[in-house]
Each structure stands twice: as structure tokens, then as C-alpha cells.
Design a protein around this ligand. Structure first.
Ligand SMILES: Nc1nonc1C(=O)N[C@@H]1CC[C@H](O)C1
Length: 231
């Protein structure tokens, strides 16, 4: 799967996306992250990519020309145009179900805003969908883009050790995950639940489901209600 990111800060992606699990997925050719510097497409003699907003207001707005020319350049030889996602607080908030849906794509273009945002005509011309990572405002769309790349990439075949790695985790099955424990079985008198040491797999699975239901009901009653409705 190929992610092409339109950004003013490509080095952020090159630093983070070469590390750990996404980095290994890139080395294995499962994922490709290509960060494209919007500023390289500016026709302004000072390589400007932003300007003052019409109608007043604070901050700067990213201008149309560099972003749209960058998009045109990335897609000029492509038969089918990839989906363009603008990372924005006005978008649909990213969920595990959306990540699963996005993981079916072969090629995505992610647009990272900066400053106060981008000229609306960019959205009208090239953006297919706005996606938010949460109801708060950041300084740029780079972290949201990396969050999306991370949560989508880990669903791709061969990225995690096994599919089981995510099939029982929080949000995948509509519930929060059960508590996890590892060695030592007794840490300063705080012991791992006996059931997990019993070797009785049916009872262990039953305990895990009970724990998932209990903590979802406690921590995320909204998810618990939605889960109950689906039964
Ligand atoms: N929350 C979010 N989920 O996706 N993106 C954001 C976000 O706050 N973006 C910033 C808004 C102005 C600046 O351009 C970038």
C-alpha cells in the first residue's frame, strides 16, 4: 500500500515512518510512505505557500497553486486517481472501522494542512474526504497523517506477527481489550489472575470476554450500548 503525503515538513515523516513496525513494513515492501514537499511546487519567487485570509482573521492560509500543482504532478500519469484525504478537525473522526476500510486501498494521498488551514478551493478541487483524529486543534496535519498511516498499516497482511494481534484488541470487535499480564506472575505481592495460569483455554477465553464486557461497560458505556444493540 502506497501513502503519498503532501506536507510542508517531509522530514518529520522520513524520521518517524522509518522506525519500528511501519519502518519494517516499508523495508518489506508492504507499505510505502512518500512525503512530498508542497513548497517545492511554489511558483512564488520566495517559495511562499501561504497568504493572509480574505475577510480578515488571524493566521495564514495555505494557497491553492502549490498544493494543486503537487497533486497534478503526483497523479498525471495515473489511470485511476487515488483517494485524497485532507487531515482536518472538520472531518469524520477516525475509527478502527474506517482504518479497516482504508486498508483495502492500494494508494492514498494524504494532505496535511498547516497554519490556519487551506484555501477552500483546494478542498473543492482535489479532496475526496476530510478525516479528523479527534476534536481538538493541532498546529499541523502531519501528526494526524502519521496516526492514520500507523493504524491503517498495522492492518495490512504481514505487518503484525499474526492477524490475532489485532483481532481481539480494543475497538476491533466493538469492545475494549481485556487486561494484559506478563512475567513475573507475582510482582511485589501483586499477582496475575489465577485463571490465566490455569492452562484451561476455554475458561481463559470466557474470562477474557467477561473482562472485555466489564471494562467496556465501565470505561466506554457508549461502545457497550452499541455492542449490546448488535447482539
Ligand atoms: N484534529 C485534527 N485531525 O486532523 N487534523 C487535525 C488538526 O487539528 N489539524 C490542524 C488544524 C489547522 C492546521 O492546519 C492543522
Amino acid at each position: 500500500m502506497k501513502f503519498e503525503v503532501l506536507t510542508l515538513f517531509p522530514d518529520i515523516f522520513n524520521a518517524v515512518m522509518r522506525e519500528s513496525i511501519v519502518g519494517r513494513a516499508q523495508e518489506n515492501g508492504i507499505v510505502e510512505v512518500n512525503a512530498v514537499n508542497i513548497r517545492d511546487y511554489s511558483k512564488d519567487k520566495h517559495r511562499k505557500v501561504d497568504d493572509y485570509p480574505f475577510g480578515g482573521g488571524t493566521g495564514m492560509v495555505m494557497t491553492c497553486q502549490p498544493v494543486i500543482d503537487a497533486y497534478e504532478d503526483l497523479t498525471k500519469d495515473l489511470e485511476t486517481k487515488p483517494r485524497v484525504i485532507y487531515m482536518s478537525p472538520q472531518g469524520r473522526v477516525l475509527t478502527q472501522d474506517m482504518a479497516k476500510e482504508l486498508s483495502e486501498e492500494k494508494h492514498l494521498i494524504l494532505l496535511c494542512g498547516h497554519y490556519e488551514g487551506i484555501d477552500e478551493r483546494i478542498i473543492e478541487e482535489i479532496v475526496d474526504e476530510e478525516i479528523s483524529i479527534g476534536d481538538y486543534v493541532l498546529t499541523g496535519g502531519e501528526l494526524p497523517a502519521m496516526v492514520l498511516i500507523d493504524c491503517v498499516s498495522r492492518l495490512l497482511q504481514g505487518v503484525l506477527a499474526s492477524e490475532d494481534s489485532y483481532s481481539e484488541e480494543s475497538h476491533f470487535n466493538g469492545l475494549l481489550e481485556y487486561p494484559q499480564y506478563t512475567r513475573p506472575a507475582d510482582y511485589k505481592g501483586n499477582k496475575v489472575p489465577e485463571i490465566l495460569l490455569s492452562g484451561h483455554h476455554a475458561n481463559i477465553e470466557k474470562w477474557k470476554m467477561e473482562q472485555s464486557l466489564e471494562r467496556t461497560k465501565l470505561k466506554r458505556p457508549d461502545m457497550y450500548e452499541a455492542y449490546q444493540k448488535k447482539l
